[in-house]
Write a protein that binds this ligand. Sequence first.
Ligand code: 5CA
Ligand code: ZN
Length: 414
Amino acid sequence: MRSWATPSVPSLPGVGAIPTLYDTATGDARPTDVTNGAQLYVCGITPYDATHLGHANTYLAFDTLNRVWRDAGVEVAYAQNTTDVDDPLLERAAATNVDWRELAESQTDLFRSDMQHLRVIPPDHYIAVTDMVSPIGEAVAVLLEAGFAYRVETLDSSAGDDVYFDVDRAARDTSWHLGIESRLDAATMMHFFSERGGDPDRIGKRNELDPLLWRSARDGEPSWPGAAGSGRPGWHIECTVIARDHLTLPLSVQGGGSDLVFPHHEMSAGHATALTGEPFASHYAHAGMVAYQGEKMSKSLGNLVKVSELIASEIDPRAIRLALLSHHYRSDWEWFDDDVYGAIARLSHWAEWAAGAVAGTASTSLLDGLRAALADDLDTPAAVALVETAVQSGATPTTVDVDAVDALLGIPLR
Ligand code: 5CA
Ligand code: ZN
């Protein structure tokens, strides 16, 4: 599937350091593993109501990682999915009387345009689940054959069997187990599993936490013929197969917002290990949740501030980027409508400062400082503070200073 245009990224003198990154699975920050180049997978949107500032915040976190790796001379291979067939998308399409494909297409288009405005470097592989149904079905058949998956009868006599992943069998016969990535206790797992698309009460499952791999065809729902019967993919296996087929495993980083820690990333990792015998990723990285009006910004609650609406009201997208990067990617924080005006004022001071730049080719202390801050678990608030200090100092910048803000923070000032 097409992605979006690549922003220009100025080259900088010298090279930055390989970034350290906090890993949810171990609870510590350590250097990212780029033995096979950087292999980055970031979970994409479910395209039914895009793009709100929470989404943007998550994609900017991984865009910063991408920029820091590139600045360190690392080759980056980046894949992202769109969950363009799933229950919430189908429900929204039905509720608004729109064809689900049209809904997915229009919202994916909006997302592309928002990402381009925000100067996010596009993934090399931008992959729709509907384009991967066949390999996903084959992977489900492989898991059935190997005994990591089992069929569960549906009450609907017109439908075939659904297929579930056997978490206990995987824990017994592979290096994966529940908790390996999330480190959550059983009660918390159960809570998130129910809240985030799981079905603990489904009769016939071996373990309440076994996740759906393949949903057999139902009347009125989209389905495809497949190696495990006619149906459509479950949520977690889509990301496993898209990552496996477009990148080299283990991933350097499996990324997303913190609402994906469990069950999504834990189960995607379980499916991958059952399929390949290897761990899915070296790092599991998660961005914090952005709230609005006191609650997590979410499509289901509808408390959204959309990037496209801010841009339509003539807000400079660079100010949106600056407002978001002023928060640490791992913190949970709340958006207030005034935030963007602070960022607009700051951006205009920065642009005045940049307009006076004199030619420079050598590394500067601002460049060194930005590199150090960002290589330390993507500390963008520290990076923003360093630029602010340079601007406030009254000293004349060089073009290298200005290019550093563009290349590393994605904010062109000239
Ligand atoms: N399609 C799946 C992933 S395979 C999905 O979670 N889609 S989503 O549209 O719901 O979310 C897209 C990305 O935005 C995910 O990484 C999610 O963690 C992140 N996200 C969603 N809401 C917020 C929020 N309020 N703050 C920060 N990130 C968020
Ligand atoms: Zn995903």
